[in-house]
Design a binder for this molecule. Sequence first.
Ligand code: IMP
Length: 206
Amino acid sequence: MTEPRKLPPGRLLAATHNPGKVRELTDLLSDIGFKAVSAGELGLPEPEETADTFQGNAELKALAAARGAGEPALADDSGLACDGLAGAPGIYSARWAGGSKDFRAAMQKVEDALTAETTADGEVDRRASFVSVLSLAWPDGHVVSFEGIVRGQLVFPPRGDRGFGYDPIFVPEGETETFGEMDPARKHAMSHRAVAFAKLKQFLAG
Ligand code: IMP
């Protein structure tokens, strides 16, 4: 049997050009001895996200960075998947907001698409998931992935301005506030990203 691959603490290459994501990663991983550096800082190109799943895209980004830099790299992919829309917007969650990143318009688009699917007895399926996949890849092509999912219900009109993206229309299961209304610390304790990170941290620390 082969031993599971481990990663010694130290610098961890984040396959992202987004400084916010690198800061968040360093915050989340510093207590177990990892410091994130970004693919942007190392001048690595951003690959096109051509896969058709969150995991596929997270893996291709992690692998491209790991191969480009010659060291292990971490990437993420996330989005909103609506039950009533066969998982849309899914991997296209950012793209539904367009080049101007207009999430008011993207949320309206979700609402319009859902109501267009109203059943003959007036039912609209408002169940949805936020999904986050973290992939850790090595230059030789080895890759491990960790998935976090939070289930909830979509509400309209949007409520709250504390989060980002689709937060104002998502009420997680067992809660009454949207992610946009909720104390950010509370969101971060239960989010899809928190679940995926907890699994990654367990792997890194183990
Ligand atoms: P990514 O940066 O390519 O993973 O794009 C993820 C997109 O999914 C973001 O632009 C948001 O639209 C959406 N998304 C992912 N996570 C969240 C979240 O926690 N709240 C709101 N929207 C999210």
